[in-house]
Design a protein around this ligand. Structure first.
Ligand SMILES: O=C(O)COP(=O)(O)O
Ligand SMILES: [Mg+2]
Length: 223
């Protein structure tokens, strides 16, 4: 990968293993609504397209049809917001190699942004709680723009905010959502192998590089 001057880094499944937070908040919500719990392996397949998608998928998984899930959605969303604010960062951990990788990218002079489908307020709180906030010049969430990943809009707007063209801005993510958004925005893309990607192997997704740790990245970037 040549001429990279900035990187956009995904949050859930790329920098922080947040499955424990999702598990705690989602199942507390379902309990409150009197709906069946969802196993962690199933949550892993549902994460990646934002909180609203996760809640709807969990209600459907518990046996509600589309209309039934829709009818409980406002109540579920309010409950989930409350529970997630408590769970956020409490059951999650930064993946090995992330801090080292971000340090190295920063040392090479790359501008860094975090773009996640997580609501912005939760993303900011999590980055602060895990000591990752100082790395990022910009942070955008699933509610920052009119559309979220896999739509290219968040990446295009982030490149604009960083004042670096998409062709020189590397997207680093863990899922097909990140790769599709990057391809459509014209950003090169590297995917980590340890994240969520709907429970499927990430090497089946079209990307420019696959990484087992974020600190492998600097060596893969050519001047
Ligand atoms: O909240 C989600 O759905 C996942 O967010 P991500 O974009 O950081 O992977
Ligand atoms: Mg992710």
């Amino acid at each position: 990968m040549r001429g990279i001057r900035a990187a956009i880094v995904d949050l859930d499944g790329t920098m922080v293993d947040t499955l424990g937070d999702f598990d705690a908040a989602l199942n507390a919500t379902l309990r409150e609504l009197g709906r069946p719990a969802v196993a962690r392996a199933d949550i892993e397949r549902m994460v990646g397209k934002g909180s609203m998608h996760l809640i709807r998928a969990a209600l459907r998984h518990g046996g509600l049809d589309e209309a039934g899930a829709q009818a409980r959605l406002d109540e579920a969303w309010a409950s989930y917001q409350r529970h997630y604010a408590v769970a956020n960062g409490a059951h999650s951990a930064v993946y090995p190699g992330v801090v080292e990788g971000l340090h190295a990218l920063q040392g090479r002079g790359l501008a860094l942004a975090c773009v996640t489908n997580k609501p912005l307020a939760f993303a900011r709180d999590l980055l602060h709680a895990k000591g990752l906030a100082p790395f990022f010049a910009q942070v955008f969430g699933g509610d920052s723009f009119a559309r979220s990943k896999p739509d290219p809009l968040p990446l295009i707007e982030t490149c604009r905010a960083l004042a670096v063209a998409p062709a020189h801005t590397l997207m680093v993510g863990d899922s097909q959502n990140d790769a599709l958004a990057a391809r459509a925005a014209g950003c090169p893309v590297a995917l980590v192998s340890y994240g969520y990607n709907r429970g499927e192997p990430v090497r089946g997704v079209d990307a420019d590089a696959y990484l087992d740790r974020l600190d492998e990245l600097p060596a893969r970037l050519l001047p």
